[in-house]
Design a protein. Structure first.
Ligand SMILES: Nc1ncnc2c1ncn2[C@@H]1O[C@H](COP(=O)(O)OP(=O)(O)OP(=O)(O)O)[C@@H](O)[C@H]1O
Ligand SMILES: [Mg+2]
Length: 469
């Protein structure tokens, strides 16, 4: 069992190997060519050997026919010349049979029961005394016979010599071809080795690189066919490099953002501990609590952002009702809206199912509603609406605050970016989270100006086709 699976694994590995595949194709083609050629050369050798035998049979018959004569009594006679039979003595122990008959059917000499070929002067295989023999008949006129009479001479010989000749001719051909194929195979293997060497060098070069080495590889190290692969590798490494730089920037920004409130808190704590007066101490403690709130919001936004990044969580594909989620989140923010005297409204359709990570989609909603309430005019209005447009769910969050200048509508999605002069504390991560979540769910987010001058955030997400009642 183990042997079987390991040999299967070995076959699989070979199937994966370009070298093995190319070699297999070449070898299969060569084997096919050899088989075809062997068959062809066997046919040729067979025909040649038959031709040689038939020529000898014809000569022999002719020599016998020349020796036929008519005596004074009008009888046809023959003295078989020894040369006529000796030409078959090639050392393979062949048996020779002959027959001489007159045109009217009288046997002059030889074997009376020798079967005659059907066509004159052409060799044919016939069965004689339980063996196949090659036979040939020659009709020949004899001087002295009435009505220009003729005799017919048939000579037959066993196959030993013919087969021996065929084998020799075939073997000669076979050896030549075998050597040729061996040579072609060897040259192919050398060619493959040389052709694949640059690709293998590329593999080794990539493998030998350290974790930090992301500088581009030279495309010139491989043939033109492989150069697109090198370009793709280089592009990929560049992306990784940019990603790493962004990550480093992010970590240093985050550390910076954490350090400022921490320093502030340390000061506030020492101020509070030094205060003798109860009211002033309360004030200092209040400030400290507010800094802690800010810091803990920053920490939770950082955590949400890291979870929203692609690849940080196992991808979840739940179907959530965007309309229901919007209603819940608006309800949860009623208190916050009340504090700023904001008219928080929600207009949603029945059910708008979308697919994605439910927790993250809710985080997106929370951040948009939080921004709208936070940055709307106090005493103003915020409207959240969810509708279906074709195959898309459209979420609009509209407020009547100062809006975002067109020039900054792209930058606000960057991490830690806040519009200059923005009041209230915030970390500048909310819209970055929104962008990550929307990207992850395959949607788009666009900022525009509301009729009254506030901001409208429009999110389009594909409607989930499954589980739709
Ligand atoms: N509805 C809005 N109206 C006006 N300006 C907005 C609105 N939403 C966002 N902004 C501007 O975009 C900036 C980035 O918003 P974002 O939500 O990313 O960060 P934040 O609200 O400052 O901090 P937090 O991470 O706590 O949400 C805000 O600082 C603000 O200047
Ligand atoms: Mg925000």
């Amino acid at each position: 069992m183990g042997g079987l699976s390991s040999s299967l694994a070995a076959v699989w590995k070979l199937r994966q190997s370009l070298r093995a595949q190319l070699l297999a194709w070449v070898v299969l083609t060569l084997i096919g060519a050899i088989c075809f050629n062997l068959y062809e050369s066997h046919q040729t050798a067979d025909q040649t050997a038959k031709l040689v035998t038939d020529r000898t049979l014809l000569s022999s018959a002719r020599v016998i026919a020349e020796a036929v004569w008519v005596d004074e009594g009008g009888n046809v006679e023959v003295d078989i010349p020894p040369a006529a039979l000796e030409m078959f003595d090639t050392g393979f122990g062949d048996q020779v049979y002959y027959q001489v008959i007159t045109a009217w059917g009288n046997l002059v000499s030889g074997f009376p029961d020798l079967p005659l070929p059907t066509v004159e002067r052409s060799g044919q295989d016939v069965t004689f005394r339980d063996a196949t023999v090659r036979a040939l008949t020659l009709n020949h006129p004899v001087v002295g016979l009435p009505d220009s009479g003729a005799i017919s001479v048939t000579v037959a010989v066993t196959h030993n010599s013919q087969y021996a000749l065929r084998k020799r001719l075939w073997l000669d051909d076979f050896t030549k071809q075998f050597v040729l194929v061996l040579l072609a195979g060897a040259v192919t293997i050398i060619g493959l080795q040389r052709g694949l060497a640059p690709a293998l060098r590329l593999r080794d070069a990539v493998r030998a690189r350290g974790r930090e080495r992301l500088d581009p590889l030279s495309p010139a190290m491989v043939q033109t066919e492989f150069q697109p692969l090198v370009h793709a590798l280089n592009d990929h490494m560049e992306r990784v490099q940019n990603q790493m730089a962004a990550q480093r920037r992010f970590v240093s920004n985050a550390a910076h953002q954490l350090r400022t409130p921490l320093a502030l808190m340390s000061t506030q704590a020492s101020v509070a501990s030094r205060e003798k007066d109860d009211a002033s101490r309360d004030e200092a403690l209040q400030a400290l609590r507010s800094s802690i709130r800010h810091l803990s919001r920053l920490a939770s936004q950082l955590l949400t952002l890291s979870r929203a990044e692609p690849g940080s969580r196992r991808p979840r594909n739940e179907v959530i009702d965007l309309a229901g989620a919007a209603k819940d989140i608006v309800a949860a923010h009623a208190e916050q809206a009340l504090q700023r005297d904001i008219d928080l409204g929600v207009e949603v359709e029945e059910r708008v199912p979308i697919a994605g990570d439910g927790t993250m989609l809710r985080e997106m909603l929370v951040n948009l509603v939080d921004n709208a309430i936070r940055y709307a005019r106090s005493g103003g209005r915020v409207t959240v609406s969810v509708s279906r447009v074709g195959d898309f769910a459209v979420l609009d969050v509209e407020d009547d605050g100062p809006g975002i200048p067109a020039a900054e509508r792209e930058q606000v999605f960057e991490r830690f970016y806040r519009v200059l002069g923005t009041e209230g504390d915030g970390s500048g991560l909310g819209l970055a989270i929104v962008r990550e979540v929307v990207d992850g769910a395959g949607g788009t987010v666009v900022l525009s100006e509301a009729d009254g001058g506030g901001l409208v955030v429009s999110v389009r997400l594909p409607i989930s086709m499954e589980k739709q009642e």
